[in-house]
Design a protein around this ligand. Structure first.
Ligand code: ATP
Ligand code: MG
Length: 442
């Protein structure tokens, strides 16, 4: 029989990789907490309309990348390609409007039907930050800075570059769109097929095109900066000057570049948009690790009252490529292996394992001890084999007992490093102070 394989574009997170994955989520959660973002979750699938309405029918995600299917009740549902649309749907259907301003943190899998390659999967994972109810440029600066600090702690260096742009408000955007279309229409035939289509449905997306023919035509295109309304221009200037100030004071760790062609792929963006890219090459062609922007129009578009909002998301698989191998101080470990010999009733070993697990767990919860503890029983094989397996797995202590010890109700506790043995009674495993001294948990 052939071995079954994971579906194209999906991947397992095997135990060796899962530690890294988990550290990223923990770090994102720590930054969410310090920034006042509350954690929540939304369903992994929604009514298709939630995404279609939020992200725009003409966006790549909605037009090409959604995993959509019909339930048995014939409802069209879609696996979430991102978090923002679902979060806004939850904000409205969960009655969170009275609780503004709101800062939300989410993480989990997302799904897009794309061509799989390095850093691009069909099931991937995101951490996501959303801030609803604050229209100020200061909110933009805060969230952009929080993202920068998260990336710099994660990678152990300041290796990312911030690309930032503004799409202006609705009025600026309409004026610019008109100017861009007027410039591009006479040259329509020279544009790529994709961009010819975009010219009708979403001309701003042409700026984002990677095709060489489009880029050539765009060189002389009008610039968004010249069409910004006063308030949009002021907002963007405030954000830039605050970021430069923070950078000068050493509080903004990344490089920064204004990128007039940065438009982002989804229709809901308005105002400031940004991306963090890595130029060091570890991510290959998919060099955007984190991306976001303002979406002041989305809540109203989804049926709520106009509510300003800004957010960002980062792909965990791309963050894993960016992350330094050794991250943070290693947490000290205690790994106890219980080795009952054949002439011991198994209940005796089960009791020891169960009590020891419960007591150590309680000790860790109550004390400030930062330590990873494991208690395992190796049930079968010769003592020599089991001891060598314990050593292989990095056990710190082995508890060995046979018929004789069982009669005397004693145990031999072996320090796997020094190979010294100590004989103890059962009470040593029930008293916190004794547990700490016996297993060197300080
Ligand atoms: P790209 O231009 O790479 O397709 P995007 O603009 O579609 O990115 P967003 O919708 O802004 O991406 O998602 C935010 C982040 O999620 C990206 O910066 C990236 O880190 C991650 N991401 C998006 N799509 C994928 C994918 N298919 N596989 C892995 N990570 C992804
Ligand atoms: Mg994409």
């Amino acid at each position: 029989m052939t071995t079954l394989q994971p579906v194209r574009g999906t991947h397992d997170l095997l135990p060796q990789q899962y530690g890294k994955f988990q550290r990223i989520v923990q770090l994102a959660r720590a930054f969410a907490q310090i920034g006042g973002f509350e954690e929540m979750d939304v369903p992994m699938f929604e009514a298709t309309e939630v995404f279609a309405r939020a992200m725009g029918e003409s966006s790549d995600v909605v037009s090409k990348e959604m995993f959509t299917f019909h339930t048995k009740g014939e409802e069209s549902v879609t696996l979430r390609p991102e978090f923002t649309a679902g979060a806004v749907r939850a904000f409205l259907s969960g009655g969170l409007q009275q609780h503004l301003p709101l800062k939300l943190f989410m993480h989990g899998p997302a799904f897009r039907y794309e061509r799989p390659q390095k850093g691009r999967q069909r099931q991937f994972h995101q951490v996501d930050f959303e801030w609803l109810g604050d229209a100020s440029p200061e909110a933009d600066v805060e969230i952009i800075t929080l993202a920068a600090q998260f990336l710099s702690v994660l990678s152990g260096k300041d290796s990312c570059t911030l690309l930032i742009n503004t799409l202006g408000d609705a009025q600026s955007r309409a004026a610019y769109k008109e100017a861009l279309v007027a410039y591009l229409l006479p040259q329509r035939a020279g544009l790529s097929a994709d961009s010819q289509r975009r010219l009708d449905v979403n001309p701003l997306r042409i700026l984002d095109s990677k095709s060489a023919e489009d880029q050539e035509i765009l060189k002389a295109a009008p610039s968004m900066q010249d069409y910004l309304s006063d308030s949009a221009a002021r907002h963007f200037a405030c954000v830039q000057s605050a970021l430069s100030h923070l950078q000068k004071e050493g509080a903004f760790p990344q490089r920064m570049r204004v990128s007039p062609t940065l438009v982002r792929g989804l229709d809901y963006y308005t105002g400031v948009v940004f991306e963090y890219i890595s130029e060091a090459g570890e991510l290959g062609a998919q060099n955007t690790v984190l991306a976001g922007g303002r979406y002041d129009g989305l809540v109203a578009q989804m049926g709520g009252k106009p509510t300003p909002a800004i957010g960002f998301a980062a792909g965990i698989e791309r963050l894993m490529l960016l992350m330094e191998e050794k991250h943070g101080e290693p947490v000290p470990r205690t790994h106890i292996v219980i080795l009952p010999l054949e002439d011991v009733p198994s209940e005796w070993a089960l009791l020891l394992a169960s009590l020891l697990r419960f007591n150590i767990r309680e000790l860790l919860d109550k004390s400030a001890l930062k330590r990873r503890c494991t208690v395992e029983v190796y049930w079968s094989g010769s003592l020599t084999k089991r001891l060598s397996k314990a050593a292989q797995r990095g056990a710190t202590h082995a508890i060995v007992f046979g018929g004789e010890e069982y009669q005397n109700k004693t145990f031999k506790v072996r320090d796997m490093q020094t190979r010294q043995e100590e004989v103890t009674g059962f009470e040593a495993f029930t008293d916190n102070r004794k547990i700490r001294s016996l297993f060197g948990m300080h």
